[in-house]
Ligand binder design. Structure first.
Ligand SMILES: [Mn+2]
Length: 358
């Protein structure tokens, strides 16, 4: 079914007649419009893309003919309010997690209708990927796999984390990526104990563990991978936790399937780490979905009762971080399909990769 049709069906069930889409990714998902600073007004029988002078011509080529393109000049939300008045809208719903306070003031100052916030209506549809999206994400994943193999030959003692991150991002773009899907993480030595250590000026040394967490956007869709590698011989405790994290990740990969709840999967992933009484060092969620955003619902968490569905794509990414020593995280992207999880990444992980001595 057409994405807009699907959304409209869901809106009908919730008795929502008019919805203002503000999130640019949601607008892109529904209409193929790839610009920003625009909103989409969905009424019962009409669709309006309200955009500015930079995007009018682009919008004409990207969106289907049944979407009316309106150019805003003064204030986009004042324009929306005027349009709502013209269309005699009595209640306008908007994406509550997307409108900032000042924009809300603009909208409410000019609106004559009731304003109500919604949350996650388009995101819920986005969570289940269609065939084209799956193929696009698979390509985004192939780019990060190629990049990982390349970076193994690039990393050596004496270069900075920043140089490694720059090479990762350069290589991904050369391989066809739009760009990085988030700020590249290169955390070496003690810094690998920071779950989200963005690349710094720290020089990589012999004996460091390095956590590499990076992703590519390809045709708008994200991939995400984490590998932890060793430069030469590392502390034996770090080598031990590598295999513990790997066991946790493999548990999740083996068990994920449609129908399972997020909290059940979270427990399955955590189990080996809990058994070794190290759960306090696994201090973040066990994964998330990917798509037009790098982090999308559903999230793999102890607190989430969301049920996985066929054709969702999840990351599974356990980690253990030992303060003042270092850490390990391993992450792959998994397609939930046919009663199992299909691992999209091919990057090696079975044995801790130890870069040779120099
Ligand atoms: Mn991730």
């Amino acid at each position: 079914m057409d994405r807009l049709e699907q959304l409209k069906n869901n809106l009908k069930e919730k008795a929502i007649e008019n919805l203002l889409i503000i999130n640019p990714k949601n607008i892109r998902y529904l209409t193929a419009f790839s610009g920003d600073d625009s909103v989409l007004l969905i009424c019962q029988d009409e669709l309006f893309l309200i955009t500015d002078g930079r995007y009018v011509e682009q919008a004409k080529t990207e969106v289907s003919a049944n979407i009316q393109i309106i150019r805003w000049t003064g204030s986009i939300f004042a324009e929306v309010a005027v349009l709502a008045k013209t269309k005699q809208i009595s209640e306008l719903y908007f994406e509550g997690d997307q409108l900032n306070y000042l924009d809300f003031e603009q909208l409410s100052q000019h609106a004559t209708c009731t304003l109500s916030a919604t949350q996650g209506l388009v995101e819920e549809i986005r969570a289940v990927k269609d065939e084209g999206e799956i193929a696009t994400i698979q390509t985004a994943v192939e780019i990060v796999d190629q990049t990982f193999l390349h970076i193994l030959n690039f990393i050596r003692p004496g270069i900075t984390e920043r140089a490694v991150a720059t090479e990762i991002e350069y290589f991904m773009k050369c391989a066809g990526a739009d760009g990085a899907s988030f700020e590249t993480i290169v955390a070496s030595g003690v810094r690998s104990s920071y779950p989200h250590g963005e690349a710094s000026d720290k020089v990589i040394e012999l004996g460091d563990m390095i956590t590499l967490d990076f992703g590519a956007f390809y045709q708008g869709y994200a991939s995400d991978i984490t590998r932890t590698i060793a430069v030469g011989q590392v502390d034996s405790r770090l080598e031990e936790i590598y295999y513990l994290v790997l066991e946790a990740e493999m548990n999740g990969l083996a068990e994920i399937k449609a129908g399972m709840t997020s909290q059940v999967l979270d427990s399955i992933i955590r189990e080996p780490i809990k058994n070794k009484e190290m759960n306090q060092y696994f201090n973040h969620g066990a994964g998330h979905s990917i798509g037009l955003d790098i982090h999308e619902a559903p999230y793999i968490s102890q607190n989430s009762s969301v049920v996985f569905k066929e054709n969702m794509i999840q990351t599974i990414e356990p980690g253990i971080y030992l303060p003042d020593l270092g850490g390990v995280r391993i992450e792959d992207d998994i397609l939930v399909q046919k009663g199992m999880g299909k691992i999209l990444n091919q990057s090696p992980k079975r044995d801790l990769i130890k870069l040779p001595f120099y």
